[in-house]
Design a protein. Structure first.
Length: 167
């Protein structure tokens, strides 16, 4: 009489071979892998430039505040967020970050007094590279832009003044 063993008892087969172990993944391993993947994703997608932003209103993963901002009247939500997070706060709609300014003092400070920091053209790397960084149209505002603009105004203003004259 020959005895057979099932592979679940992990006993040797009658011919002396070891049974193959079933490859199973438990809940603990799956949870560990999921948490590890999330940690790696957060590390690789972090942006150190966003560390200095105002407080961010938490939202649903991926969609964040998209559905709230898409309503006909999102003003009550914005007012509540202003009470909770202060005069300046951030929200996210899809992948776009919005910075909300809800107080007169904060608006005056940012727009009037610090406008040189915040008002510039967005970077255009292809246009800058194609123009060698010397085209006033594509330059970001700054010392070099002001100097070139001043030269252009000095050169072109007399031409415009003569053509406007009806002598």
């Amino acid at each position: 009489m020959e005895t057979t063993y099932s592979s679940s008892t992990l006993l040797p087969e009658p011919d002396g071979r070891q049974p193959a172990m079933a490859a199973t993944v438990g809940y603990a391993e799956a949870l560990t892998l999921l948490l590890l993947s999330f940690g790696v994703w957060k590390y690789w997608t972090r942006d150190p430039r966003r560390a200095h932003l105002p407080p961010h209103v938490p939202g649903w993963p991926l969609i964040n505040q998209t559905l709230l901002q898409a309503q006909d009247n999102p003003i009550p939500y914005v007012q509540q967020w202003a009470r909770d997070y202060g005069e300046i706060f951030c929200t996210t709609s899809g992948s776009t970050l919005f910075v909300w300014i809800s107080g007169r003092k904060a608006f005056k400070e940012l727009i009037d007094r610090k406008s040189a920091i915040y008002s510039s053209k967005p970077p255009a790397p292809m246009a800058t590279r194609a123009s060698g960084g010397k085209r006033v149209t594509f330059m970001e505002y700054g010392r070099q832009w002001r100097a070139l603009r001043n030269i252009l105004h000095r050169v072109s203003l007399p031409v415009f003044e003569l053509s406007a004259c009806s002598c």
